[in-house]
Design a protein around this ligand. Structure first.
Ligand code: CUA
Length: 146
């Protein structure tokens, strides 16, 4: 490597380091979490239903080939439900019939939606993103009791 080449190379490395440090500094200063994979962090390793009040629920859905966890949740009519969704493997879809909830389950990320169930009935949930041979059977439901 001749001297000019070496000089250019060292300058480039210094600039790279400087810009990287700047990004890290900016992220820290603005209190932005640099995204990391979170599927191994509880509560996103398993689905669960958390009840906060008689009409306030939080459901953590875990989508996997080819089911949703938890399956068949029951809530009383008039409930407001916060839905958190992630995937344990590939990208899945998540659509609740009769509502405007339409999410994607992405590994390492959490999708969120809030829904209020004003009418009793069975709300079917389907995966609407092709995810393999069991895709068409990947369903669950929320039963809203009147
Ligand atoms: Cu999961 Cu299609």
């Amino acid at each position: 490597m001749d001297r000019a080449e070496k000089g250019a190379f060292i300058t480039a490395v210094i600039f790279l380091g400087f810009f990287f440090a700047l990004i890290v500094y900016a992220a820290k200063g603005l209190n932005i979490d640099v995204p990391t994979c979170i599927t191994d962090v509880k509560p996103y390793t398993q689905g669960q239903v958390i009840q906060h009040a008689p009409d306030r629920y939080e459901i953590h859905y875990l989508a996997k080939m080819w089911y949703f966890e938890p399956a068949d949740v029951e809530v009383p009519v008039g409930s407001t439900v916060d839905i958190y969704l992630t995937s344990g493997d590939v990208v899945h879809g998540f659509q609740i019939d009769g509502t405007n909830v339409n999410l994607m389950a992405v590994p390492g990320a959490i999708s969120y939606a809030r829904v209020k169930f004003e009418k009793p009935g069975v709300y079917h949930i389907v995966c609407h993103e092709y995810c393999g041979i069991g895709h068409q059977d990947m369903t669950t439901k929320i039963v809203v009791k009147g």
